[in-house]
Design a protein around this ligand. Structure first.
Ligand code: FAD
Length: 414
């Protein structure tokens, strides 16, 4: 379907996905206004692990996750948490998620993601070439294990991903070799697996630079504007924030875990559920040079400034629920035996954010039932890695009317 190129576009949500989309739209000469209820990186784009890791972007619904998840859900200190009395929307999400936890569904979804993953780092390079944010620091992601059986699981997973078309290159290390690379790993580590050729960023810093770049290029980024409704009037769209109504040629809903609130009236039936993750930072005697991953503990670590950010948990609760200190405690105790020289009791920046998760593990990127209303979100665990490529491809659709082939599997009306 074609449409004349819109001159004025509102992007709702100043997270990675919204800001990247705004920036690429601006590059095509579109006047963009980004509106956020709170401000830049107020959702899950701040305290995440900051890995730019296309090799690891796979569908979340996976037969193995299901086996692990069901076992783990009963304990409040486990890395996956579902409330004892889920509301109907969460129940619908869980039912859909479980339906997609089959090998054929996983393989189909992986094939869809591979198309995005191949272009993910080039999206960062395009931004960096224009002086935005830098390309990210190149690094291996070093997974460390207390048992060789856990390492074998990850290796089998990597091999399966590679068989599905994903670019995955890894090296298996002894415990000593892993410690030789990263002395912050404790004696408990018996083996390591280094995933080659990935990158990482400080997401808060990156988002601030991206917002500045949008402003510098003549776009607007407005904080404290909570959009309460969108009205399609055929040739234009009204965006309402309380009593204020402003008219645009098109609108992009990029509201992360809150996506459903504004997108549902436009035919987007896929539930976007907050899969809440927690993080905090600690001082470490020998700060790792790149990301550390503890699959057995479900914990991710990243050097951010002069501290180590430690992130984990998948808590299926509403996106606005308060931070639960028990989860921070659970992550701390899970990772304690695996690190040495880390002062885990000197935590700062304790944070919770909702990963925007969909039941089929695929993002929602494209046009809705209304020709001028688009959505971009639902990237789950990987919205930082996939933000720029999402912005590039969606800009193509919005400005030319033609949908790039890579976007076909992510149709928001599926
Ligand atoms: C612990 C953790 C670790 C993670 N690690 C990684 C990682 O290493 N690599 C990676 O690629 N991804 C990672 N992720 C996932 C990643 O953080 C998310 O996928 C990504 O941030 C989603 O970006 P977004 O722009 O879609 O949403 P968000 O960043 O959540 O932005 C949505 C914005 O919309 C605004 N908003 C909502 N409703 C309204 C409204 N009605 N009006 C106006 N504004 C509104 C919110 O205030 C918010 O700022 C991690 C997530 C967590 C929780």
């Amino acid at each position: 379907m074609t449409n004349p190129t819109p001159e004025r576009v509102a992007v709702i949500g100043a997270g990675m996905v919204g800001l990247a989309t705004a920036w690429f739209l601006r590059q095509r000469g579109v006047a963009v206004t980004v509106l956020d209820r709170v401000g830049v990186a107020a959702g899950s784009s701040w305290g995440n692990a900051g890995w730019l890791s296309p090799s690891k972007v796979v569908p979340l619904p996976d037969p193995a996750v299901l086996r692990y998840g069901l076992r783990a859900m009963v304990s409040p200190s486990s890395p996956v948490y579902v409330p004892p009395r889920p509301d109907p929307r969460l129940l619908a999400f869980m039912a859909g998620f479980v339906r997609h936890c089959t090998h054929p569904a996983w393989r189909r979804a992986l094939t869809a993601l591979v198309g995005l993953n191949r272009r993910a780092l080039a999206g960062f390079d395009a931004l960096a070439a224009a002086g935005v944010g830098g390309p990210g620091t190149e690094a291996d992601i070093l997974a460390a294990f207390a048992t060789t059986a856990d390492a074998d699981h990850l290796i089998a997973e990597y091999d399966q991903m590679r068989a599905g078309g994903q670019e995955v290159e890894y090296e298996v290390l002894t415990g000593d070799a892993a410690r030789g690379r990263e002395p912050a790993l404790s004696d408990r580590v018996v083996t390591g697996v280094a995933l080659r050729g990935q990158r990482f960023i400080n997401p808060g810093e990156y988002l601030a630079a991206l917002a500045e770049a949008v402003r510098g290029a003549g776009g607007e980024v407005r904080d404290g504007v909570g959009v309460t409704g969108i009205r399609d009037r055929g040739t234009v769209v009204d965006v309402q924030a309380g009593a204020q109504v402003e008219t645009f040629d098109a609108v992009v809903i990029a509201t992360g875990a809150w996506l459903g609130e504004l997108a549902r009236p436009f035919g987007v039936r896929t539930t976007v559920q907050a899969g809440r993750g927690y993080s905090f930072s600690v001082p470490v005697e020998k700060l790792p040079s790149g990301p550390l991953y503890f699959p057995g503990q479900r914990v991710a670590c990243t050097p951010v400034g002069d501290r180590l950010r430690i992130a984990g948990m998948m808590e299926f609760r509403p996106p606005n629920a308060p931070l639960d200190p028990r989860r921070v405690h659970a992550i701390t105790e899970a990772v304690r035996p695996m690190l040495t020289g880390a002062d885990l009791d000197a935590r700062e920046d304790e944070w919770v954010g909702g990963r925007p998760c969909t039941p089929d593990g695929l993002p929602l990127i494209g046009r809705t039932r209304a020709a001028r209303v688009f959505v971009a979100g639902g990237h789950g665990m990987w919205g930082i890695t996939l933000g720029p490529v999402t912005g590039q491809l969606l800009t193509e659709l919005i400005t030319t009317g033609y949908r790039p082939a890579e976007l076909a599997p992510f149709d928001p009306l599926r």
